[in-house]
Design a binder for this molecule. Structure first.
Ligand SMILES: [Zn+2]
Length: 291
């Protein structure tokens, strides 16, 4: 059985890594549960992996001072140290904050992180701002993939303009060697996301955490199919927001929605190929299981 590479999962602690305001807005708009606890643990993740499936996950925390999320990279690095065969760590920076370049170099050189996670909307910056040129140059020089949150979130202070997938277009034109992953296929701006990924050789999108909006997800994947970019779509969960089991169950039953209609069906072979895509090879990341 091939391995599932989950390109997008979080490790953090609730409530420690979030402000009261972030948690209040999350409870109000993202989940109805007042006792919302999004603490992400290894055991919690493992419990949702279906029998017979093997996985490796890319893990990160996230930093966006403006919205009230801040996970120190040491926390993520400790997690990876405890689960070295199952997790690959990405560092996170918020380039609106002082010392972000030092944090980036520390995360890479001292903590051994293999990529960078950005949250432009949560932090309030444009990825193509020349302020970030040192980041994209560093990622080019050290071959670090960069995964950005693209698409909306629930926090009222987070500017939508920072999250549009088309912001990646000028970055990819200027720094064409960096492997860039746009998270959530840019929901709901999936058209922008898909055409940006199609234009640029090293630009990809992940499908994490959009299956629970099934009609949007179906339409997004039809667009992926019509633009012919199945090969640019990477598997991800956005754990703890969703899981491998829920994601796979949904992917494998997506065509049920159009049963009895003339609407296009998604290519089920492409879905299976995507679930088991060798994202480590695409991102040139070492397999943590190899000696
Ligand atoms: Zn995420």
């Amino acid at each position: 059985m091939p391995t599932i590479i989950d390109v997008h999962s979080h490790v953090w602690k609730f409530p420690d890594h979030f402000t009261d305001d972030f948690r209040a807005q999350a409870s109000e708009r993202a989940k109805a549960d007042e006792e919302l606890d999004l603490t992400s643990t290894h055991e919690g993740y493992e419990a949702t992996v279906p029998d017979g499936e093997d996985y490796i996950r890319i893990v990160f925390g996230g930093k966006g001072r403006l919205s009230g999320i801040w996970v120190d990279d040491n926390y993520v690095a400790d997690f990876v140290k405890q689960h070295p065969k199952k997790a690959i760590g990405f560092l996170a920076v918020d380039p609106t904050q002082p010392n972000w370049q030092e944090e980036m170099e520390y995360g890479h050189q001292e903590l051994g992180m293999c990529g960078i996670k950005l949250m432009p909307m949560y932090a309030g910056f444009m990825p193509q701002d020349t302020l970030l040129d040192p980041l994209w140059s560093y990622a080019t020089k050290h071959n670090l993939p960069v995964l950005l949150h693209t698409g909306t979130n629930f926090a009222s202070q987070s500017p939508l303009e920072c999250t549009l997938p088309r912001n990646v277009d000028p970055v990819a034109a200027k720094f064409p060697e960096v492997k860039i992953i746009m998270a959530h296929v840019g929901h709901p701006y999936s058209g922008d996301c898909i055409v940006t990924a199609r234009k640029h050789r090293n630009v990809y999108a992940d499908i994490s955490a959009i299956h629970y909006r099934p009609f949007q997800f179906y339409n997004t994947m039809v667009l992926v199919q019509e633009y012919g970019i199945w090969d640019k779509i990477l598997y991800g969960t956005d754990y703890p927001f969703t899981t491998i089991k829920a994601t796979n169950d949904h992917l494998r039953s997506m065509n049920d929605m159009v049963q009895g209609t003339h609407l296009p069906r998604l290519d089920e072979d492409e879905i299976e190929t995507m679930i088991y895509r060798d994202t480590l090879a695409i991102l040139e990341l070492p397999d943590p299981r190899s000696p």
